[in-house]
Design a protein. Structure first.
Length: 342
């Protein structure tokens, strides 16, 4: 049964516009010929317009995969089709772990492109709601972060969550602020400086609206392995120890998941089955990056939450020292059960 929705722009495949890649290129792109839009570089913003990049059948609206289709708002009823016999809500066009903006490219890291890490959130604390910890959006009203971020206070009213942020202290006109309904640390976490079980869930007070700047990361399966994966990234607004231009702007660093043997050697007594080590021999997270995502790419172009930054350190710019992250697969059953139960 087909359903009809009112939108200002077609963001997935209109049922009569599904064509092969060859046909798309032959007509100088679906974007220009069929939607009346223009193709622009993916990192650019469409003023007063919306992004439409890839149709639901896997075809591209623009000739280059580094472009997006900017379509002027048009009040019109569209049928949004993903198959011959069913339709979907527009929010489902935002698949977990798939970036819609930014380029593929924190100490000795680099400034991230705006919109490059749409699951990154800023957990804000206190009367002035200053950045306190990082976190990862993993559902419409769920965020994963580090349990030690709530050692000072675990009152939901003391915190808020900002999504879609890029440069702190300056409006990017992409942000959304949410109240916190519940803070749920892992039940066996202890504030004993052991680094074990350092993970927590935040339930937001209301569901978020997905956009090119706000998209959840994918959650891994219990059997997923990220060890020796070189396509992993840590992001955050933490202290850059003077090695970046502006620590108020989201930073990114590429690295790999180190072997458990090396991790145990570097961090004796602080590792266990729930720990992963991340680094590249040069760049590591610092204080303020805590709770933020360590995501790894798999299944093509999707990013999965592999780790949660467990601790920033004063030695974050010491070459060769990897960062400790909490291994998400070790806690995935608890994560899913908690989210399902609430």
């Amino acid at each position: 049964m087909e359903q009809h929705f009112v939108f200002f722009v077609c963001v997935v495949c209109i049922s009569n516009l599904c064509r092969t890649d060859a046909e798309v290129r032959a007509t100088n792109s679906l974007c220009t010929k069929e939607l009346g839009g223009t193709c622009q570089a993916a990192y650019q913003i469409c003023p007063g317009q919306m992004f439409a990049q890839k149709v639901s059948t896997g075809q591209w609206l623009c000739p280059s995969r580094l472009e997006v289709c900017c379509v002027k708002p048009v009040a019109k009823i569209f049928t949004l089709a993903v198959s011959k016999n069913r339709t979907i809500n527009a929010s489902s066009t935002y698949k977990c772990g798939k970036r819609r903006l930014g380029q593929w490219r924190i100490v000795n890291g680099q400034t991230a492109s705006i919109g490059a890490w749409p699951w990154q959130v800023s957990i804000r604390y206190g009367y002035y709601r200053k950045h306190h910890c990082g976190g990862t959006l993993v559902g419409e009203n769920w965020v994963i972060t580090a349990a030690h971020c709530f050692e000072r206070s675990n009152r939901p009213a003391s915190f808020s969550v900002r999504l879609g942020d890029h440069q702190q202290g300056k409006s990017d006109q992409t942000e959304a602020d949410k109240l916190v309904e519940k803070i749920i640390p892992y039940p066996y976490y202890k504030n004993d400086n052991s680094g074990q079980h350092d993970i927590a869930l935040i339930k937001l007070g209301s569901k978020v609206t997905y956009s090119p700047h706000i998209i959840p990361a994918c959650l891994p399966a219990p059997t997923d392995s990220f060890e020796s994966n070189h396509d992993c990234w840590v992001t955050g607004w933490g202290d850059t120890k003077g090695t970046a231009d502006d620590s108020a702007t989201l930073q990114e660093v590429n690295g790999m998941v180190w072997s458990a043997t090396y991790c145990n050697w570097v961090w004796p007594g602080k590792t266990g089955p729930g720990t992963l080590c991340f680094g590249n021999g040069i760049s590591q997270p610092c204080t303020g990056d805590s709770g933020g995502p360590m995501v790894c790419q798999k299944n093509g172009d999707q990013f999965y939450l592999a780790g949660v930054v467990a601790s920033g350190t004063a030695k974050c710019n010491q070459a060769g020292l990897p960062a400790l992250t909490t291994k998400v697969t070790h806690y995935i059953d608890w994560i899913r059960a908690t989210m399902k139960g609430m």
